[in-house]
Design a protein around this ligand. Structure first.
Ligand code: PRX
Length: 642
């Protein structure tokens, strides 16, 4: 584990973009507010976060802002009681936001559904009542395997409302992954859909569900609630399978909101680490809510008239925090799109911005690079003048894509906020604000209250310009409560790599002005189109194939997806008889990985080998394979690789 070393000073981006005077005048956080916030957060971070918590409604106030007596198991707002659904939904029904649009949904075929806060509230209450009638109570897990449709937002909030824990499995995941997660969380209920549309095709989700449930443990997913989206004929297994709409018809539009402790779990979300299977990160009702609300209000600068378009699927952390909870906590209007971003043409997203007058557009570098490849004529075809802010998240954006997005979506006048954060952090941590001076390719400075630094392996800050490990030095409210069932893993993954500091797993450098420049992962985690994929997971999928003895997986740079995977495989000798040639075998392994893990894992190439390079202790030297592949030196490999 060594950072990539000092970066050539010549690579430092020199361009800067200053906010327009109007942006400063209109911003929620003006320069003097930011100076004040930064000073308060530096002098008394707990006072800063307490102020942020006071912007929300609580059933009972906290006894303390933070209990760090059992660090690193930090407890934010101990003693406080409330429910995120109260703040995201219930309170709007008694406020001016009651009849405001909460959600604008567009299906891939162009169908549109809109929900005011009041309508969303009634729908959520119906599902909350139905879940209670199915026996779901506080602390029970509800697994969501849902496409981006309004019912997905309803399901998240309904689970939260009754104190259940939602465990989202992104609808692109394979049957095998879904089965493992249902088993792991012993989901009482699974909520899914018959199918949905993507790229002009109908995806039959229920078929995948049936395959997943065939091998599921007997005490999990005893009830499956199916949203009718495609209207397709599906196999309904009685009494297990129930239609969402049938269930809701009998339910009252009013339901009580469970009063939760601040650190009661709200959701689990799985994410890949350097080793083993993905782990379930736990977020709770209190601290996460404060983090999501505060950052959405300050960083995204949300105003009553805003229409926020977040392209992330609700099944990822970005969708959870800035597609659902952040917007609803602040009473904003959010756009959710079901389909493929380029369907039927590359102006689909610009057309959505135009149609609903989106004011904020939050996208990912992979998406931006894809749009860039199609050319500026697509955003140009549409009126994007309603936009006032752009955002990016999930991977390094780079100066070139930054400039393109800034120019062709923002007409060189919308601040572009490249937000750095993680599933674990729950909320944006390092990001510009609308009033910030922007540097293309940089994620800006740490937000007020966030103590981020770049350090060497011993935990010492490195000088400006030098590469090092990104760490967070003080707890923050949106932080994970832990890893489900793995207290030791929580400590060793995040708090012991560099003792006492939160280890993000990223390599970064900071410039003379304190701006952070992200350089990718420091560990064996790939970032394929913004999705975290552990090399160990892909290797395990490969070795589960009967003709694979050993496998090593590395990441290779890709112009659009940022990174793709390449596998080195020691085959079982029997492969020679089973396949026509190495290409046919490679193609089979690629589809095997896809079947095992789902389409997000893009395995670009498979190379057959007789041996794999290993350290003396037997660990595969992936960095050597990578260096060979890219024609680089291997001097970065140190004794720590042993
Ligand atoms: O490597 C960093 C990268 O994405 C990782 C977190 O992935 P995940 O938990 O899936 O959450 C993604 C969405 C919040 C980080 O460790 N990453 C995230 N944002 C950025 C980024 N890399 C560079 N620039 C960013 N803005």
């Amino acid at each position: 584990m060594t950072p990539t070393g000092t970066l050539d000073a010549l690579l430092v981006e020199q361009r800067v973009f200053r906010p327009a005077p109007a942006t400063i005048i209109e911003a929620n956080v003006k320069p003097h507010d930011l100076a004040e916030a930064t000073a308060l957060a530096a002098a008394d971070p707990l006072a800063y976060w307490e102020k942020a918590a006071l912007e929300l409604e609580w059933h009972r106030k906290w006894d303390a802002v933070l209990d760090d007596s059992d660090a690193p198991f930090y407890r934010w707002f101990p003693g406080a009681q409330g429910n995120i659904a109260h703040n995201a939904l219930d309170r709007h029904v008694h406020a001016w936001t009651k009849n405001k649009l909460a959600l604008i949904w567009e299906g891939e075929a162009g169908d549109c559904r809109k929900f005011t806060y009041f309508e969303l509230y009634r729908e959520v209450n119906r599902l909350a009542g139905a879940l209670r009638a199915l026996g779901v109570t506080r602390g029970d897990r509800v697994c969501l395997y849902l496409p981006p449709i309004p019912e997905t937002v309803v399901a998240m909030l309904a689970a939260a409302k009754i104190g259940a824990v939602h465990v989202f499995v992104f609808a692109g995941m394979s049957a095998k992954v879904l089965r493992e997660r249902i088993n792991d969380c012993r989901a009482k209920v699974l909520i899914t859909a018959d199918g949905f549309y993507r790229g002009g095709r109908l995806i039959n989700l229920k078929t995948v569900v049936d395959e997943a449930l065939a091998g599921v443990r007997s005490d999990a997913a005893e009830t499956v609630v199916i949203v009718r989206r495609s209207g397709d004929d599906i196999d309904m297994q009685e009494p297990r399978d129930l239609y969402y709409h049938d269930l809701l018809r009998q339910e009252s539009p009013e339901a009580a909101t469970e009063i939760m402790e601040a650190d009661d779990p709200l959701f689990w979300l799985h994410t890949s680490g350097a080793s083993g299977k993905p782990k379930a990160v736990i977020h709770g009702h209190g601290g996460y809510m404060v983090g999501a609300h505060h950052t959405f209000r300050t960083v995204f600068d949300i105003k009553p008239t805003d229409i926020h378009f977040c392209t992330a699927d609700p099944g990822w952390i970005t969708g959870h925090t800035y597609g659902v909870y952040g917007p609803l906590l602040t009473g904003a209007t959010v756009i959710l799109y079901e389909g493929h971003p380029l369907y039927p043409q590359a102006d689909r997203l610009p057309s959505i911005i135009e149609r609903y007058g989106a004011t904020i557009f939050y996208a990912t570098p992979t998406l931006i690079r894809m749009l860039m490849r199609y050319g500026p004529q697509y955003p140009k075809k549409r009126d994007l003048s309603t936009l006032r802010l752009l955002g990016s998240v999930g991977e390094p954006l780079g100066a070139e894509a930054w400039m393109w997005f800034y120019k062709h979506f923002g007409e060189s006048k919308c601040p572009l906020l490249d937000t750095w954060w993680q599933t674990e952090t729950g909320m944006a941590m390092i990001s510009p604000m609308p009033i910030s001076v922007l540097k293309p390719g940089s994620v800006g400075k740490a937000l007020p209250g966030i103590d981020a630094d770049v350090v060497d392996a011993a935990g010492h800050s490195v000088p400006p310009g030098q590469g090092g490990f990104l760490v967070i030095k003080k707890p923050w409210p949106g932080m994970l409560l832990g890893l489900e069932g793995d207290a030791a893993g929580y400590v060793s993954t995040y708090w012991e790599q560099i003792p006492g500091l939160y280890f993000a797993g990223d390599v970064a450098r900071r410039d003379e002005d304190g701006y952070f420049w992200m350089q990718g992962r420091a560990d064996e985690v790939l970032n394929i189109a913004g999705h975290r994929v552990g090399t160990a997971e892909v290797e395990a999928a490969l070795t589960s194939h009967r003709f694979v003895s050993e496998a090593a997986v590395i990441g290779l740079p890709d112009k659009i997806k940022g990174e793709v995977a390449k596998a080195f495989v020691i085959p079982d000798p029997g492969w020679v008889e089973a396949f026509a040639d190495a290409d046919a075998f490679g193609a089979e392994l690629r589809s095997h990985v896809r079947r095992e893990l789902g389409p997000i894992v893009v395995l670009r190439a498979v190379e057959l080998r007789d041996t794999l390079p290993r350290t003396r202790s037997g660990k595969i030297l992936r960095r050597q394979l990578r260096a060979e592949e890219l024609g680089e030196g291997v001097e970065g490999i140190t004794a720590t690789d042993d």
